[in-house]
Structures are given as C-alpha cells and as structure tokens.
Design a protein around this ligand. Structure first.
Ligand SMILES: [Zn+2]
Ligand SMILES: [Zn+2]
Length: 596
C-alpha cells in the first residue's frame, strides 16, 4: 500500500490548534475532512509523483516528525508543498450510508487489504472509506510489520498498564531499539521476520513468516482495524445467584464458581479470570451465565477453543441456550467468515482476524494443543479481547504459570473441584509393569493382562493410552492375542479413519481403543476404565496424565471407574497428577459438594 505524509495547521477553535502530521492512503478523504474542520491547505511531503511512500515508511516518517516537531517547528520541513484542500478534494463526497454500513461491519476486525477486498459488495472507493474512518476514529490504519522502536513508548507504559489491569499489550523490551514485530500475530525478531526486497518500499521490507499461511503481512501492507464500542458489565446489575443456578441447571459447585466469575465481570475494568474445573465438571454450562451477562449489557461474547471439534460440539448447545442471539461459528473451512454475531464460537486460529473486538472472551482448554505453548495464538486470543474486556480462561489442568499466579493471589479464579454428578474423581492406581519396549514384541505382562481382564469382566470399555504412535499396532496385536473375542481398535492423529473408530468406540462396537494423548479429551463413554502404558514416559506430563485419567467415571451411571498408571518407575509427573486429583477430591469433601 502506498501512502503520503502531510502536515496541517489545526484551527484553534476546532481541535485545540497546533500543527499535526498525518498519514493518508486517500488524500481526497483527508482534504474533505480538514476542509470541514476549517483548514484551507495541507502541507504534503514530496512533490508530484514522488509524494508516495510505502505505508510502513510513511508511518515511520510521521512518527519521527511528530516526535521532533517541537524542535524543528511546524512546517519547517523541506521537500513539501502547500496544496489547497479544494483542489485535493476533487469533488469527492462521502456516501454516509455505505460508510456506516462498512465501518460497523469492520468493528473489531483486523483485516489485510486482500481479505478486505475479498468481502462481498465492498465499494469501489473503499480506500477513501477507510481513510475517512481513520480520521473519525472508527478505524485504524496499521502497517503490517512495525519497527520495535515505534512501540517503545508503549513498552515504557506497559508495566503501568498491566498494573491497571490492562492486558493484551505484549510489548516487550522497552529499551530495545531494533527489530520488527508483526501486528497481526505479535511475532518478533529476525528469524520470524525476514527481510526481502520490495518494489513498493524500493528496498528492504520485512514480512512475517510466522503467519504467512493467512496471507503475507509486510512492512508496507495495509491492515485495517475496526474500532468496536465497549460495554459496562456492571450496568446489568446483579442477577442473583439462585436465579442463575435454576435457569442453567447448575450443580452447587458450578453455581458457586459461576457466581465468582459473575462478580468478576461486574468489577470495573478489564482483566483475566481462571475457571479451574476438574474433568467432567460441566464447563459448558458454567459459560452460559457469563455469556448471558455479556448479552444483557449489549456486549459481544466470544467462546474460543483450540480444537475444531469442540467448536462443532458447542454450536448446537449455545444456539439452544440463546435462541434469540445471532451465533456465528468460525473455524478453518467454515462457511461463515465475515459475519458478526452477538456470540462468536471460534477456534483460536480464527482470532488473528479480530482485534479488541469482544467484551467477553471465554477461552476453553487453554492447556490443549495447539494453543498451549504457541505465543502467536496467545497473542491473537488476548488481542481479540477489548482492553477493558473480560477474559475468562477455562481448564482442568492449567499451566504452571497460571496456577502460580492464582495461588499468589495475582489471578482471580474459582475452582470447580467436583464433577457434575457429585462423586469424587477416580484416583489412579499404580500397576508395576516393565517398560513397553521390553514386552512389545512378546506378550502382555501378567499384571496388565489380569487388570484388563477385570475391567472387561465388569463390562467396562477401555482406553489404553501409549506414549507414541508406533507402539499402537503392537499393543493392539498383543491385546487381540490375549482377548480374541473382544473387538479392539487402535487410532492416532495419523489415522484417516479416526473419526469412524471413535464413533464405533462410542457405540460400544469397540471395547478397547489403543491410542495416544490425541484422545485425552473430548471422547466420553459411559462405563470406562483407563490404562496408561509407560506412564513414566517423559512424553506424558502431569497435565496429560490428569486429562487421560479424567476419561474414567464421567457418567452418573458409573461414576468411579478404574485408572491405572502402568509404569516401570514412579515419576514426578505421576505423583503430581495423583496429588492434584486427590487435592480436588479433598476440597470437594471439605466444601460439602460430594454426594452423601
Ligand atoms: Zn505475523
Ligand atoms: Zn514493502
């Protein structure tokens, strides 16, 4: 995108007076705007055909001029010329209806020029609309890759803003004056932002490698950000705890936690809240009162999750819970792409195209792949929430940083320590079994075979987890050899028939499924026992052990279930997992949540 830099003497009666430097991608719009504000002429840098810089260069130049204007005086910058606003306007007038329609459609969006141009019915002179929107404060014109020093003033403020509860500002290294940052995904540093020659910039132009799959974000690329109006949560007033409980059919543990979260919503200002709910606690129901509150004050709510299947599962439940609201679902390959809804359900990957859009963000399964440990996705999710919006994190196994922040009182949170059915979580038992590689080619160890037999006899279905995909076929073979009459299947992330196999496991056509952590979440069957082979493996951390164990005892009909850590060694992760599960059970007992 090309742009020009111009200066203007602001009428003291209008904008407080003084000299201002501006960037424009459509000078006609600026001329019309300043003409209405009483200015007669603009001082446009460059002359004739050489006026236009790349958008990145123009933005940097403007920032430099603004920073130094006190020292150099107003228009005392050579190389420009005065042009009358009437001449620049060239008879252009804004179509207000179209403008309104487009700016409201773009509210909360962060779109590349190519994405904008792909939208249906975009007016021919959209660049002028965008420029007008920027002057009005309804849109922001950003260039895709910023030099870090542009952000350094913000970085100095970052600490203070954090203290005020403003999050999502991931500007680091206040005294670093080098390097670039991608505005869309927040990537920094030379390795993620290589520099290539660009005709528009007439020289080196960094672009972002990290989010290249969604279109190239360059130093000179136009990113249009729509400014969304925020809401005040306190305005709705308290709806009352018992009302919430009855309306959404919550257990007392769910209702207490939802009540905590609602009180957090009512507090002024933005911030984060952790809803730490054990596996099978019924997280979805607890989201509903929060979403309800956001809608009640006219806000926009986002429910985001790393996994597409969760989006698809949530959609009918959310639609049923809020029949009046417009619900939009976004995931890779979804049909709805540019629609705006009161409720948006999306995979975290879709959030790169939003910025400061939502008053409430509920982020589910923050510890799940691929969200956990992906700084770009974290940046996108936090960026999708308004600065004064509410960010609610959901997890059964929160990452260490969050647990620590919660236990130190730095992160408001609520624990849901009991399952919906009010029975304690099954505590894993240890089964001494030699390492898989020692018996994978021969026969099932006796202790394991006997435990599997007990589970089959009690009519359970079995999850058998292994640490790596290559181990699946061997374990399936050994189990088939030991239990020839039992239907057994194996599946992994590499298996094209995974969907069908999971379906037949759900339908009890398969009694045993051998798999990896890919099935640690999501699949719930009524009567289940869980076997984790090589539970000592470094490939399982405490969180995934808790998640896998959480497959057992989900339903009220069979609330206990057996969980076995089949391991050759007793490791820290296994101990941690058991300690966490027991701690939640103890808390549930203490709070009187357990079924008598
Ligand atoms: Zn990027
Ligand atoms: Zn360029």
């Amino acid at each position: 995108m090309r742009a020009v830099v111009y200066g203007v003497e602001v009428d003291p009666a209008v904008g407080g007076g003084g000299w201002r430097w501006c960037v424009s991608v459509a000078l006609e719009a600026d001329a019309a705007w300043w003409s209405a504000a009483g200015a007669r002429r603009l001082y446009v840098l460059g002359s004739g055909g050489s006026r236009r810089l790349s958008l990145g260069q123009a933005a940097e130049l403007r920032a430099g001029l603004e920073a130094s204007r006190r020292r150099f005086g107003s228009a005392a910058v050579p190389g420009g010329s005065w042009v009358g606003v009437e001449e620049l306007c060239a008879g252009w007038a804004l179509d207000r209806g179209e403008y309104e329609r487009w700016t409201s459609r773009l509210a909360g969006r962060l779109l590349l020029r190519e994405e904008l141009e792909a939208m249906d019915g975009l007016p021919e002179d959209w660049v002028r609309f965008v420029q007008w929107g920027a002057l009005m404060g309804r849109l922001r014109i950003r260039h895709g890759v910023e030099r870090m020093r542009e952000a350094s003033a913000l970085a100095r403020l970052a600490g203070r803003l954090e203290g005020m509860g403003v999050h999502g500002l991931r500007v680091r290294g206040g005294d670093r004056w080098e390097g670039y940052r991608c505005v869309r995904c927040g990537s920094e540093g030379r390795s993620l932002l290589p520099v290539s020659e660009c005709a528009l910039c007439g020289g080196p132009c960094p672009y972002c490698e990290a989010c290249l799959g969604m279109g190239r974000v360059r130093y000179c690329a136009l990113l249009v950000q729509g400014v969304a109006a925020g809401v005040e949560f306190a305005a709705a007033g308290a709806l009352g705890g018992s009302g919430v409980r009855a309306r959404w059919g919550l257990s007392s543990a769910q209702a207490d936690a939802a009540g905590e979260a609602l009180r957090f919503l009512e507090r002024p200002g933005g911030g984060k809240f952790l809803l730490w709910a054990v596996t099978g606690a019924g997280k979805t129901e607890m989201m509903f009162p929060l979403v309800e509150r956001a809608l009640a004050v006219g806000g926009r709510a986002l429910v985001a999750t790393p996994r597409k299947d969760v989006v698809l599962e949530l959609m009918p439940r959310v639609k049923a819970a809020f029949p009046e609201a417009r619900v939009v679902t976004l995931y890779g390959g979804s049909e709805e792409r540019w629609e705006a809804g009161a409720i948006t359900i999306a995979t975290t990957h879709q959030l790169f195209r939003f910025r400061e859009a939502f008053d409430l963000v509920v982020l589910d399964e923050i510890d799940a792949f691929p969200y956990h440990g992906d700084p770009q996705l974290t940046y996108a999710a936090e960026g999708a929430c308004r600065h004064d919006g509410k960010f609610v994190l959901l997890s059964a196994t929160p990452p260490t940083e969050l647990r620590r922040a919660a236990s130190r009182g730095k992160l408001p949170h609520a624990k849901v320590c009991v399952r919906f059915h009010g029975r304690p979580l099954p505590v894993p038992q240890r089964l001494g079994v030699p390492p898989l590689r020692r018996w994978a080619d021969s026969a099932l160890p006796r202790s394991l075979r006997e435990a599997v037999e007990v589970s089959l006899r009690r009519g359970a279905q079995l999850f058998v987890f292994v640490p790596w995909i290559a181990a699946i076929p061997g374990v399936v073979r050994l189990l088939e050899g030991a239990f020839p009459d039992v239907p057994i299947g194996g599946t992994s992330s590499k298996d094209e028939e995974r969907g069908e196999k999971v379906l037949s496991f759900r339908g009890r056509e398969l009694r045993i499924i051998v798999t990896t952590t890919i099935l640690e979440r999501g699949v719930t069957v009524p009567r289940t026992d869980v076997f984790i082979l090589d539970a000592h493996s470094g490939l399982f951390d405490g969180a995934s052990l808790v998640q896998m164990a959480g497959r057992a005892g989900r339903k009220a009909e069979d609330p206990s279930g057996n969980v076995y850590f089949c391991s050759a060694e007793w490791t820290k992760s296994q101990k941690e997992a058991i300690r966490d599960i027991k701690a939640m059970n103890d808390l549930a007992r203490k709070r009187g949540y357990l079924f008598p």
